[in-house]
Design a protein around this ligand. Sequence first.
Ligand SMILES: [Zn+2]
Length: 480
Amino acid sequence: MASDSLSILTENEHKPLPISTPKREQIDRPNSPSKPCSFISLVISSSVALSATIALAFLFFSTSTATSSSVNPVSTDHHSVSKSLSKLKRPVVIIVSFDGFRFGYQYKTDTPNIDRLIKNGTETELGLIPVFPTLTFPNHYSIATGLYPTSHGIINNKFTDPTTGEQFTLRSREPKWWLGEPLWETVANHGLKAATYFWPGSDVKKGSWICPKDYCMLYNSSVTFEERVDTVLNYFDLTSDEIPSLMALYLEDPDSQGHEVGPDDPRVTESVANVDKLVGRLITGLEKRGSFEDVHIIMVGDHGMVGTCDKKLIFLDDLLKWIDIPTEWVQSYTPLLAIRPPANYSSANVVAKMNKGLKSGNVTNGEYLRVYLKEDLPSRLHYSDSERVPPIIGLVAEGFKIEQTNSGIQECAGAHGYDNAYFSMRTIFIGHGPRFARGKKIQSFENVEIYNLVTKILKIKGASNNGTKSFAKDVLLPSR
Ligand SMILES: [Zn+2]
C-alpha cells in the first residue's frame, strides 16, 4: 500500500493526534433508539480535503498489505517476568470496551485514570487497528473470537443470508449467525467461569456457554455505566473459586456522542472525561478489594470515528446514465456500500458500469468511491471469503457518505465503518496487570490478536483463529 504517502498509515508522522471531526452505524440495538444528528460543523479545514485526496490515492492504488500486526516494542519494559498473584488464586482478565473510543481521545482532556493504566501497563503507542468493516458488531466479535468477520460470520451490523434470505440484525441471537468460538465459550469449555455484560454476541448460547443468569447480562441500554462497573466489582466479593476468570464489559460511550456531534465536539470531550471516571471507579473498586494488582485489565475500543460534515455525499442515482442501482439491490449504503444484484445480472458488469460513471468526472464526488467485486478487494481487508458478503462492495473515502438519492438534507455528524487503514478508525489498547510490562509501548496491531492474549493470560488453550501465534508471547511477560 502507499503507506508512505498516506496520512492514515504513516505512523511516525502522527504523534498524538489532533482528533479531527464528527456520525454513526447506528447501534440500534434493543432499547437503544436512534438519535438524530444535530451538529453542524463550523470548521472545514483544507487538511480534510488533502487527507481525503491522499486517502483516495491509497484506496484506489494500493496493492500491498497494510495492517499487518507487529509487536516490536517501542520501549522496553522493566520487568522480565510477571508478578505473582497475591490475593487471587488464578489469573483474571477484565476486558472492557468503550465503543467508538477513537485513538487520540485520551489526549482531549485530563484522563488521570487511563493515564495510570498506561503508565503502569502496556499500550499500543499509535492505537489498535480494527478489522474491516470498522463497525461495532464485527469488531467486538473479532476481539472475542480472534477471527476476521468473514470467518466469524458477523460481516456487518445488518446483512442478509443469501441462501435462506433471512436477515441478521443487531437483535439476532440465534447461534447459527455467530460462528467461531468466543472467549466466554473457551473459558467455559475449560471449566472456568466467565461473566459478560452486554458484549455483542455474549448473550448467544454457544456450546458450553449457556449465558448463565447473573453472569450474562441481556442488553438493556438503560443500565447505567456505573451499575455495570459495580456488577463487575461485586464478582470480586465472591469466594476465590467463584470469581469469574473472564469478565467482558461493554459501554456505548463515547460512540453515542461521536455519532451525534462528531469527534471534535466538546460533548465528546465530556464523554471521554466520564469514561476516565468509570475507569477510575473500576480501579478504586479493585483496590478496595485488594485485587487491582492481581487483575489483568484490557481496555479497548472497537473502532474510531470521523466527521462526515459538509458536502461529502455521493448519490447512486447520479449513476443512472451508466447503470440503474435499485434500492432493493443495496444491502448497506454507507460507509460500507454492499450490493447484491439479482442472479440474472453480471456483478462484474455492474461494477464496470458503476466505476465508469464514478470516474467520468460527471458524478459529484465520484472520485471518492471505488466499487469492487468482493474477490478483487485488497486482501488486507480479509473481506472476500464469505457467502454472506454481497458480491459488490464499495469503498468510500474517509468522511464521505453514500446515499441513494439527493434529498437535499446535509447532515453533519460522525461515522465509522470505513477502510481500517484510516488512522481515524483506530482505537485504543491498554493492558494492565501482572503479565503486562509497565510503561511498555508496542506497535499497532489488529484486534484479532487479542483472543490469544487472553487465553495465554488465563493459561488455557484457545480455538484456532486468525491471530499470530507468537503475538501473545511477544507482548506478555513470561508467567512465573
Ligand atoms: Zn458507532
